[in-house]
Design a protein around this ligand. Sequence first.
Ligand code: FAD
Length: 301
Amino acid sequence: PFDVLIVGGGPAGASAAVYAARKGIRTGIVADRFGGQILDTLGIENFISVNYTEGPKLAASLEEHVKEYDVDIMNLQRARRIEKKDFIEVELENGAVLKSKTVILSTGARWRNAGVPGEEEFKNKGIAYCAHCDGPLFAGKHVAVIGGGNSGVEAAIDLAGIVKHVTLLARSVLRADPVLQDRVMSLPNVTIIQNAQIKEITGTDKVNGITYINCETNEEEHIELHGVFVQIGHVANTEWLEGTVELNKHGEIIIDKNGATNIPGVFAAGDCTDTPYKQIIVSMGSGAIAALGAFDYLIRH
Ligand code: FAD
């Protein structure tokens, strides 16, 4: 059996693997896609001490760093079940069952797509999902935010301080907390359009506009702009854990300050957990916490 088995090979899992392996304990990492979300990211400017990098390059460095150590990397493997018996068992989709004294869950999350024409085509070419990450790229420009919930309104408020103008498009009425709604409505460079059904994100080599149907008039409208932030939901990759590890109402794994879940010996880190602010640097920090938490558990059990 492993001492520490990590499920998920993004920034959180890679960081946990390095921290665990440096304790000289038997460490394994199972990943559906080693690298995680950063494989889909182009420019990264907020990974502190690295002024600029690109996702695939950072993913390659993560892998290289993990490979410096004696870590059993099982890439292109998905976990589908976890169960605590004598050891903690993790079953893979190929039927194999891995056993470990501790497990760190770092299966990350995904942004819900708007699912409209143009979205796939212009990802990283004007379409963004994270205002903290990509907001400054649109300084002085006109952007739209899709989504009238808390994350959409928060992004609109955030972006209003950086870009020239924000158009916030909500499918129905705004559903964000009243305090956020008051704040966004007070901003002079934000236009709010409710009851807007997005039809298409347009562009040539990059985004140049958005077309929507005004559901009150049934008219089709087009706005010219440089960027679109899609903010209609962030989903943790935890469906396979339902009924075992305790999740909050958003499907995020509930952890304590040592990264421990409700199951003794099972820890979690990164975007799949209930910690706020889903960022690379935050995920790496929480991977370190979970690995040290797991090590502490091992020396006491
Ligand atoms: P992830 O990166 O999601 O990794 C999850 C890992 O788990 C993957 O290896 C996945 O294959 C694996 N996995 C999932 N389910 C299973 C399973 N059942 N079995 C086995 N493996 C599984 N953050 C920044 O700080 N700066 C940025 O500029 C930035 N830009 C971004 C741009 C985009 C387009 C996106 C999508 C995100 C961006 N982020 C950025 C956010 C950042 O990528 C995430 O916060 C970070 O990757 C989270 O790391 P993680 O390890 O928790 O999860």
